[in-house]
Design a protein around this ligand. Structure first.
Ligand SMILES: [Zn+2]
Length: 155
């Protein structure tokens, strides 16, 4: 898939490097990352039904009563990876919207990030995210899982 290159500076080692992220203007496709590894996983919501499944359960949660569309979309992006995706190789939860860690030292906090100008892209395949634990749950367990993760994340 085509990823857009960002110039990043690491807050830990101070070095500059490039990372690839989903280009702007792409809807429904995400690269998930965790804070504890350089692992990445790809989600295409057009072919992976779990995103809409979690969305539907989240919208029924009592924690979302009275919340607007923006807030519910924020809660979904924030909690989907932890709710429905298998963890990364270190056991940490993947998250939509997480910027890559520094590719040089692996630290999670970047000091700055900016798209290259003019825009530059790389082509790289990222394995699809998996849902073994989620798919093993019953409907009732899925509902509890959505609610538990919302609570754990302060929603
Ligand atoms: Zn670094």
């Amino acid at each position: 898939m085509k990823l857009q290159l960002l110039h990043v500076t690491c807050a830990q080692c101070g070095r500059d490097s490039h990372v690839g992220v989903m280009p702007e203007g792409i809807h429904g496709q995400f690269v998930l990352r965790s804070t504890d590894s350089l692992d990445e996983a790809f989600l295409d919501t057009a072919t992976d039904p779990t995103y809409e499944e979690v969305d539907a359960l989240l919208n029924r949660s009592r924690r979302m009563i009275g919340k607007d569309d923006w807030f519910r979309a924020h809660a979904l992006q924030r909690t989907y990876g932890e709710t429905a995706c298998d963890p990364d190789s270190t056991g940490s939860f993947f998250r939509i919207g997480k910027l890559p860690n520094c590719p040089l030292c692996g630290h999670a906090s970047l000091h700055s990030w900016k798209a290259l100008s003019p825009p530059a892209f790389i082509d790289r395949e990222i394995a699809p995210v998996s849902h073994r634990a989620w798919l093993a749950l019953s409907e009732a367990q899925k509902e509890f899982r959505v609610d538990d993760v919302l609570e754990d994340n302060g929603f």
